[in-house]
Design a protein around this ligand. Structure first.
Ligand SMILES: Nc1ncnc2c1ncn2[C@@H]1O[C@H](COP(=O)(O)OP(=O)(O)O)[C@@H](O)[C@H]1O
Ligand SMILES: [Mg+2]
Length: 251
C-alpha cells in the first residue's frame, strides 16, 4: 500500500514562495489504478515527481508498505510525458534498461519469457533494433510502457501518458495498456486532463483543485475499463458528476 500523508510542496525563488500542493492525503491499495485529474499548472507533475523520488523537498510523508519512500530501495516505474527514451539505445535496450544493473545475461529463463510476453503484447518484436528517432509517437509510448512493466515496479507512475498521441493511436494504446495492466496489476497512479481517459482507465478518480491544489473529491469509478458506453445513462451520470465537481473545484 502506498500512502501520501499531508503532502505540501512550495517552490521558492529569490523573492517568491509559491505553494503548489496543499495538504494532499491519498492512499493506493496494492494492485489498484488511480487517475488524478486537475487543471493545467495545478501541480500534477509535482505530485508525481514527489512520488517518484525526483523531487525531495516536500512536507509530509510518502510511504510504501509503511516504509519511507526510497527510490534506491523501491522500484518505481515512471512513464514521463515525453516517454523518456534514451536516444542512443535501441528499443530492446531501452525496454530492458532496468535490467542493466542486474546484468542481462544473468537473468532467469522465467524473466526472459516475461520480457518476451511484454514485448509481444505491445507489438514491439519487429522494432527491437530500431532507435527512438525511427519510431512514431505511439511506438515510443509502447516502448516506455514496456520498460515500466519489465521492471516489475512497486509503484507505476504515468504523467499524461497518452496526451501527445493522435486520437486513434491514443485509443489503441490505452486499450493495449489496460490489457497489460489487467495481466500484471502493478499499483498505478496516472495523471490526465481528460475526463474520458480518467473514466476509462481509473479504478478510482481523484480530482484536484486549482493551485495551490488539494483533493476536491475521490470517486469510485463504476465505469472502469468500459469503452462502449457513450450513450448509457450511467456514463452520462458519472461524467456529469465529475464535470460538476471540476467546475466547482477549478475556479
Ligand atoms: N521547478 C520549479 N520551480 C518553480 N516553479 C515550478 C517548478 N516546477 C513547476 N513549477 C510551477 O508549479 C506549478 C505546478 O506545476 P506542475 O506540477 O508542472 O503542474 P501540472 O503538471 O499540473 O501542469 C506551475 O505553476 C509551475 O509553473
Ligand atoms: Mg504536468
Amino acid at each position: 500500500m502506498i500512502e501520501v500523508k499531508e503532502l505540501s510542496v512550495s517552490y521558492t525563488g529569490d523573492k517568491t514562495n509559491t505553494r503548489v500542493l496543499n495538504n494532499i492525503n491519498l492512499r493506493l491499495n496494492k494492485g489498484e489504478i488511480v487517475a488524478i485529474i486537475g487543471p493545467s499548472g495545478c501541480g500534477k507533475s509535482t505530485l508525481i515527481n514527489c512520488m517518484s523520488g525526483i523531487l525531495g523537498s516536500y512536507e509530509g510523508t510518502i510511504t510504501i508498505d509503511e516504509e519511507s519512500l526510497n527510490p534506491k530501495q523501491h522500484s518505481i516505474g515512471l512513464i514521463p510525458q515525453n516517454y523518456g527514451l534514451l536516444s542512443w539505445k535501441n528499443v530492446y535496450d531501452n525496454a530492458t534498461l532496468s535490467l542493466k544493473i542486474k546484468k542481462k545475461n544473468n537473468i532467469s529463463q522465467e524473466y526472459k519469457v516475461f520480457i518476451d510476453n511484454i514485448l509481444e503484447s505491445l507489438s514491439l518484436k519487429p522494432l527491437l533494433k530500431r532507435f527512438p528517432n525511427e519510431l512514431s509517437g505511439g511506438q515510443k509510448q509502447r516502448v516506455s510502457i514496456a520498460r515500466a512493466f519489465i521492471m516489475k515496479p512497486d509503484l507505476l507512475l504515468m504523467d499524461e501518458p497518452f496526451s501527445a498521441l493522435d486520437a486513434l493511436t491514443r485509443e489503441d494504446t490505452q486499450e493495449l495498456f489496460l490489457q497489460l495492466w489487467k495481466s500484471y496489476r502493478p499499483t498505478t497512479m496516472f495523471i490526465t486532463h481528460s475526463i474520458e481517459e480518467a473514466v476509462y482507465l481509473g479504478g478510482k478518480i481523484i480530482i484536484l483543485s486549482s493551485s495551490p491544489s488539494s483533493i476536491v473529491k475521490i470517486i469510485d469509478n463504476p465505469l472502469f475499463g468500459m469503452r462502449n458506453f457513450k450513450d448509457k445513462n450511467e456514463y452520462l451520470d458519472t461524467t456529469s458528476l465529475i464535470r460538476k465537481i471540476i467546475k466547482e473545484g477549478w475556479k
